[in-house]
Design a protein around this ligand. Structure first.
Ligand code: AMP
Ligand code: MN
Ligand code: MN
Ligand code: MN
Length: 292
């Protein structure tokens, strides 16, 4: 494998662009306005707010970004089930007024509510007090996330951290996990494109995929009209950039980068990202939000 793309990569490089983060519109702890303020403090000049199955924070973020010197890219992170596994597909540059997108994510929001009741039953059996009411207290808008259950599990002493709560209790095979059929890959990419956006595979290192299956995912994603993949993430394995740069170049995918920031104090910060290797085509090529 060529080492071409390793030349410009250094950890913790501030390069002023972050195309993946969360607010209280889904499972982040900062309001959209506070996310924009924090991004500015971090030297970010192009920021995509990409809440899970929600566009509810975009108007507030856009108002906060207006005249601030920060370009807000309107985004979303859509939950997808493909070959039985959960994937996240980011939409960048979407029009939140698009009806296909609105209808689609409203369907997912309702599935989240239905899942919440089923998750609560599993957690109650473990002795967790008030699992649904507790998660609802952690919830900040109309999106109910496993993160809210995890925060309740931390608050009640069932886990030390949100991540531990998720990994010990809320992933497949664990008592608080409930399977949901989210959007299909075709639906998610279709809604994003209908809304004028570009679809990007989020944090590709997070999925359990055999080599052939990963190629099949890219086939299906591109056939649906998907265009990019996160080559740089806030948390990633040492070989992540090399692995996904190779994939992006070989398969003709554009490259994105995003921290997946959710809350202060976790070690993941807005805009604190390695640079994209120069050999790649960035997702912002030919977009009016390209960094200057
Ligand atoms: P949900 O979208 O409600 O299923 O919640 C999943 C959320 O849990 C993700 O958006 C992440 O914020 C968080 N999370 C953290 N670590 C993991 C993990 N290893 N697997 C799945 N979710 C995780
Ligand atoms: Mn999340
Ligand atoms: Mn994600
Ligand atoms: Mn995310």
């Amino acid at each position: 494998m060529s080492r071409l793309w390793c030349a410009h990569v250094s950890a913790d490089t501030l390069n002023g662009i972050d195309l993946h983060c969360h607010s209280t519109a889904s499972d982040g702890t900062l309001t959209p306005k506070a996310v924009v303020a924090r991004a500015l403090e971090q030297g970010v000049r192009v920021l995509a707010l990409t809440d899970h199955d929600s566009i509810g924070g975009l108007a507030e973020a856009a108002t906060a970004a207006d005249m601030s010197g920060l370009k807000l890219v309107k985004g979303v992170e859509i939950s997808v089930t493909w070959e039985g596994q959960l994937f996240h597909i980011i939409g960048l540059g979407i029009d939140p007024a698009n009806e296909a997108l609105q209808t689609g994510i409203e369907m997912l929001r309702r599935r989240r509510d239905g899942r919440g009741s089923a998750m609560a039953a599993g957690l109650a059996a473990l002795g967790v007090p008030e699992p649904l009411a507790g998660a609802r207290r952690q919830q900040t808008t109309n999106i109910l996330s496993r993160t809210h259950f995890a925060r309740h599990l931390v608050a009640t002493g069932f886990a030390a951290t949100v991540e531990e709560a998720i990994l010990q209790l809320l992933v497949p095979g664990k008592p608080g996990y409930v399977h949901v059929e989210w959007a299909t890959l075709d639906e998610a990419v279709g809604w994003i494109r209908a809304a004028g956006g570009d679809a990007v595979i989020a944090h590709p290192g997070r999925y359990r995929l055999e080599t052939q299956q990963r190629e099949r995912l890219v086939d299906a994603f591109m056939a649906a009209g998907g265009m990019g993949i996160e080559v740089v993430c806030g948390r990633m394995a040492d070989d992540h950039i090399a692995t996904y740069s190779e994939l992006a170049l070989r398969r003709g995918l554009r490259a994105s980068l995003g921290s997946d920031f959710h809350e202060p104090g976790t070690g993941i910060e807005i805009g604190r990202l390695a640079a994209l290797p120069d050999a790649l085509q960035p997702v912002w090529k030919a977009r009016d939000w390209a960094p200057t």
